[in-house]
Design a protein around this ligand. Structure first.
Ligand code: WTA
Length: 670
């Protein structure tokens, strides 16, 4: 194995020349729900030609309704209403549905805690469907007791512990709208999100474990609740209560009348809580994600369509069977954790594993140990993790018996063929299909992916659209480009789990997704379709970076940088990175009188960490005397990208003359 993996970013041309094909194995085509390409095509054609019939049938058979829907789709671009007139409850579909069946006593959630720093094994907790149901009902009653009702917004700022899934489901049980904030975000980011959605309550924990250290989540919440805007107003003034899970048991501050302990609150409630009847289109959750402005977007998903999308894709893409032990390694703070740790798997009655810690703590074989221990059958992870495992070496994988695995998944960024082959051979022992799943926070569920019993695989492509999905690669005028030419990826038809809006900002919703290409949803991704119709995603074409599978808006980082007193101007671009796909490079000009130095570099990196969160810490900060701009004043980003990617500039700072020389050399035109 070559030690040096190439990233998708650096190796697009080789990615496009990939010719290897892996046909579905007999085992898969014999037992899968969609057992052949012919079966796939037949269903896909129906789903496109007669979407009402296709989705109506599946909505009826897959979901449990409290009141049947009257109309499958009401579509007036860009507003979609699916399963109009119907009522249901998401937690009832994930939990109550299994009570009184043989699945009631099956493991729903297996939770594995991070091992201690001395290598002592982590804790284990297993919840059967009946037990999870009980915990969700109890916590739903705790939420009610603390003043939360239908339509109220609740922020969940938690580590990867079972309580995160319990809290999400408890919100859905009473019709409250959750907004999970990833634990790698800062107090400022928490406060901004609370303010944007007007949340009433925060659920957090005293802390979370990460590689033996404690992430001070409660302290961040305390800080968030006193942050003010420029006019001196509290950002988080809508928060009435904070519920705190005890995880690390280190000392924290509990504010009287505001903060309560999760375990203490449970003493006051019983386990009876009827699921609220929710309209199909009732808001289910808001999840913030980066866009091309400084302000993250609150992506809104609603009840029935989202659940149907998560359930059906989970069932068909992962080909789940009753005895699977399924493990998605994402964090619940991202959409993958929502759809494929919680809602999709539980709605399918799957045994789902959840792991608290990092892949290389205390040693780089953590994942393989867990797979061996629980006999995991399906693993769903990210290319950035796969590339890290490649670098750490095959011996860590080979130490463990991974013969239980039967299917592998990938998500978050393009997977380069070299990483795909390694995943296939070393982890999958050459026998497990890989489903490379393309989708977004906005799409709610997987839109482009192989189906393991039907689709021949090619390393590096997410292959073909899921049912009901009509993607196309188009040029700037919105016209389909010929096969093998690059263009923008759009989706031509509405689908059930699509986003319903940006919280509080219908104008931005329309402008971002529905104005770029007339009549279509614009994904922000660049793509090419090959001669077999397979879609090869080549990455973002807007001002969003994909760093280790995390979406980071360049404008957000720029505005964090200019909020530092030493900084006059900043421009942030991506640089191809072997491990993370893209790395964050910041060009910074300083205010008069400020000196560039190593210390200031570090200070600026930490400043971004404080403003947005450790997840957005720049990989590189470069000082420049001025930023290269076009005559109309636009920063020449393409030039900066080239410089960030390796054009050597000597000395401490970059001058505008240096930029001019490079501009000539590379003839960059913006
Ligand atoms: C990228 C994550 C190539 C893409 C579920 C998309 C991918 C963005 C893939 C969404 C894939 C995700 N192949 N690129 N299989 N999966 N992406 O919102 O650029 O965090 O637009 O959702 O990740 O990231 P998000």
């Amino acid at each position: 194995m070559s030690k040096k993996s190439s990233s998708a970013g650096t190796n697009i041309s080789s990615l496009l020349q990939e010719k290897r094909v892996f046909k579905p194995s007999k085992e898969f085509s014999a037992a899968s729900r969609v057992p052949s390409m012919a079966a796939y095509k037949k269903l896909w054609n129906e789903s496109i030609r007669q979407p009402d019939r296709f989705w109506g049938r599946h909505a009826k058979s897959e979901l449990v309704w409290m009141k049947p829907f009257k109309k499958v789709l009401q579509w007036k671009e860009p507003v979609a209403k699916w399963f109009v007139g119907g009522q249901l409850n998401v937690s009832a579909n994930c939990l109550d549905k299994w009570l009184g069946t043989p699945l009631a006593n099956k493991a729903a959630l297996i939770w594995e805690g991070e091992p201690a720093s001395d290598g002592k094994p982590g804790e284990e907790r297993v919840f059967t469907y009946a037990q999870l149901h009980r915990e969700v009902c109890r916590f739903a009653n705790v939420l009610k007791r603390n003043g939360v009702g239908k339509g109220d917004r609740v922020i969940l700022y938690l580590p990867m512990i079972a309580e995160a899934a319990i809290a999400m489901l408890a919100c859905t049980r009473i019709g409250a709208i959750h907004s999970v904030v990833f634990g790698g975000f800062s107090a400022q980011s928490v406060a901004d999100r609370i303010q944007d959605c007007g949340a009433k309550l925060v659920v957090t924990s005293d802390g979370g474990y990460r590689r033996g250290a404690i992430v001070p989540l409660k302290k961040n919440v305390d800080d968030a609740l006193i942050l003010k805007n420029e006019a001196g107003e509290l950002l988080a003034k809508t928060i009435e209560k904070v519920i705190v899970v005890r995880r690390t048991a280190h000392e924290i501050h509990m504010a009287e009348n505001r903060d309560v302990w999760w375990h203490r609150e449970l003493e006051y409630v019983d386990a009876k809580c009827a699921p609220a009847k929710m309209d199909s289109e009732a808001p289910l959750f808001i999840l913030y994600t980066s866009g091309s402005t400084g302000k993250p977007k609150g992506i809104l998903h609603t009840t029935a369509g989202y659940l149907l999308g998560a359930k059906m894709t989970h069932q068909l893409v992962f080909d789940v069977r009753e005895d699977d032990v399924y493990w998605c390694t994402a964090d619940v703070g991202w959409v993958t954790g929502h759809s494929y740790i919680v809602y999709g798997p539980l709605a399918n009655g799957t045994t789902c594993l959840m792991y608290e810690g990092a892949p290389n703590w205390p040693e780089p074989d953590r994942f393989w140990r867990i797979i061996e221990k629980y006999r995991v059958t399906i693993l769903y992870t990210a290319p950035t993790a796969i590339r890290a495992f490649m670098k750490w070496g095959d011996e860590w994988v080979k130490k463990h018996d991974l013969s239980s695995l039967r299917l592998l998944g990938s998500v978050g960024e393009p997977i380069n063929p070299e990483a795909w082959m390694w995943y296939h051979k070393v982890v999958g022992g050459g026998r497990c299909p890989i489903v490379d799943t393309w989708w977004q926070t906005e799409t709610g569920s997987i839109l482009i992916s192989p189906l393991p019993g039907a689709t021949p695989l090619k390393p590096g492509t997410a292959t073909l659209p899921f049912f009901g999905i009509l993607p196309e690669v188009v040029d700037d005028a919105g016209k389909a480009v010929p096969k093998n030419s690059g263009g923008k990826l759009v989706i031509r038809k509405p689908w059930p789990s699509m986003l319903r809006g940006i919280w509080g900002d219908p104008k931005r919703f329309k402008e971002t997704y529905w104005s770029e290409v007339k009549g279509s949803y614009f994904t922000g991704d660049g793509c090419r379709q090959d001669e077999d119709g397979y879609f090869w995603i080549v990455g973002r074409i807007d001002d969003v970076l994909n760093v280790a599978g995390h979406r980071i808006g360049t404008a957000e980082v720029e505005s964090a940088l200019v909020s530092h007193p030493a900084v006059a101007e900043a421009a942030v671009v991506g640089r191809p990175d072997d491990m993370k796909g893209q790395a964050l490079v910041c060009f910074v000009t300083l205010k008069t009188g400020q000196q560039s130095s190593k210390e200031l570099k570090n200070e600026l990196r930490n400043h971004v960490g404080r403003e947005i969160g450790p997840v957005a810490k720049p990989d590189d900060v470069r000082f420049a005397e001025a930023l290269p701009k076009t005559r109309s004043g636009k920063i020449m980003r393409r030039l900066l990208k080239q410089i960030a990617s390796g054009v050597e500039i000597k000395g401490d700072t970059t001058t505008l003359e240096d930029f001019a020389v490079i501009a000539k050399l590379t003839a960059a035109e913006e």
